[in-house]
Design a protein around this ligand. Structure first.
Ligand code: GDP
Length: 440
């Protein structure tokens, strides 16, 4: 969430295969976009990662060069597309290899060149003989590189990705920088304050950007849009059980909340603290998020303004039995009425995001677990458990492979012990740790 991802815009006249290419690129790469069901979007975007480099892919639709005077909606869409193009770091200018260069292609080319954007000319439909024969014609447009693809058949896509990576701005969207973004989702029962929270965050962001001297109008929009991109609000499953609400709707909602969680890195679970307890579904969701989906988790005890001593005591009493779990989770008291802790929330989220993407060195992990098992040997079947080597094979979530004598002896309590050791040695509050074991 720290840095904006680079923006790659797909541009081209109608019918050259832009949306097929968009789908092909976002499906071939690991797509981590959220599900935007029900949200109107002016342009179609997706976060696409290829070889660990991520960027925001935008399908501008067909860019019309001329003002559309008789259709305000179409004119609006045209403006949006132009805007997306202006913000792009790299342009994928798509032409139709079977048709050759049309006047409209030439006009678009000129416009892109005027904007001085890094551009890849993508000649589509290379699966056809016609396109193969006239590919050289496209040199005349004056772009470099030219990559020929078949969006429909998936030809040349890897080449296109590789060329694209070369052109992305240095350092941005590259995990090696430790600046990888996190997708955030806000979940919770209806009426706990999710929308209020999101509104405050968006407003705050607008204020911050507006206060920065020298910023222009555009960044405000960009940043606010950025939050919308990474945040989605979903009601928790199974809670809206009202008479008359059919099973199907409920099932659909379960799915959408779960899908939202699956697509996220960090989950903000908003609860109404004034109820002085977490209901069953909230607890289940928290477990699901952290222990099964391995997402970062922050629980916001919202409506803190409604709390009194008695309610605080009740809440603490109710939560005590779950401390073994909740102690790992970041918890924050918030109020959307008094703004309590709203100002620092995004910093907390950023910290959790950093921890979620933390990387331990293999030596560090190996030494840590070896020493821990020396200090406190664990036994199964009178055999001493040994970790020969530990290796973090993935980050976001932190995923560790243990090379051991006998994998089946490392059950949940043994792994929980190692997890505690790790948590004692490093601040991993709010982020899960995933272990897999492998026989030496
Ligand atoms: P959502 O369904 O989770 O999105 O909840 P909303 O954001 O629509 O909020 C539901 C109601 O709770 C609204 O009337 C809000 O004004 C109110 N609300 C939200 N946050 C707070 C809070 O921190 N304190 C109090 N007292 N009310 C809040």
């Amino acid at each position: 969430m720290k840095k904006k991802l680079p923006i790659v815009a797909i541009v081209g006249r109608m019918n050259v295969g832009k949306s097929t290419l968009f789908n092909r690129l976002s499906e071939s790469a690991k797509s981590i976009a959220l599900d935007y069901a029900g949200v109107t979007r002016d342009v179609i975007t997706d976060t696409v990662c290829w070889r660990d480099h991520c960027f925001e892919l935008i399908d501008t639709g067909g860019i019309q060069l001329r003002k559309i005077t008789d259709d305000p909606i179409a004119e609006q869409a045209r403006k949006k597309a132009l805007e997306a193009l202006e913000h792009a770091d790299v342009v994928l200018f798509v032409c139709d290899g079977t048709v050759g260069i049309l006047l409209e292609d030439r006009e678009l080319a000129r416009m892109i060149q005027k904007l001085k954007k890094k551009t890849i000319l993508v000649v589509n439909k290379i699966d056809t003989k016609v396109a193969q024969e006239q590919i050289f014609e496209f040199d005349r447009l004056g772009f470099k590189p030219i990559i020929s693809v078949s969006a429909q058949h998936g030809l040349g896509i890897a080449d296109l990705f590789d060329a694209l990576l070369e052109m992305l701005p240095e350092g941005v969207g590259r995990p090696s920088e430790q600046e990888v973004g996190c997708k955030i989702v806000i979940v919770g029962k209806p009426n706990v304050g999710k929308s209020s929270l999101l509104n405050l965050l968006v407003k705050k962001e607008r204020a911050i950007v507006a206060d920065t001297p020298g910023t222009t109008r555009e960044p405000i929009k960009e940043r606010v849009q950025f939050y919308k991109e990474v945040m989605e609000v979903a009601d928790t499953p199974g809670i809206r059980r009202k008479r008359g609400v059919t099973q199907t709707i409920e099932k659909l909602m379960v799915k959408s909340a779960f899908r939202a969680v699956e697509a996220a890195d960090i989950v903000l679970l908003v609860v109404d603290a004034s109820e002085a307890r977490l209901v069953d579904q909230e607890l289940k969701l928290a477990f699901y998020v952290f222990e099964e989906q391995f997402k970062g988790l922050i629980i916001l005890f919202n409506k803190d303004d409604l709390m009194d001593e008695q309610k605080r005591e009740d809440l603490a009493f109710h939560l005590a039995p779950y401390s073994y779990f909740l102690d790992k989770i970041v918890q924050l008291r918030t109020s959307c009425i008094t703004n309590k802790n709203i100002g620092k929330l995004m910093n907390v989220v950023n910290d959790v995001c950093d921890r979620y993407n933390h990387r331990f060195s293999d030596d560090e992990l190996t030494l840590l677990f070896k020493e821990a098992l020396q200090a406190k040997p664990l036994y199964r079947n009178e055999q001493r458990l040994i970790v020969y080597r530990a290796k973090q094979f993935e980050t976001g979530p932190i995923s560790i492979e243990l090379i051991v004598g006998e994998p089946k002896w490392f059950g949940s309590s043994q792994l929980a012990f190692l997890e505690r050791v790790l948590r004692k040695s490093a601040n991993l509050k709010g982020v899960p740790v995933r272990f897999v074991t492998r026989k030496k």
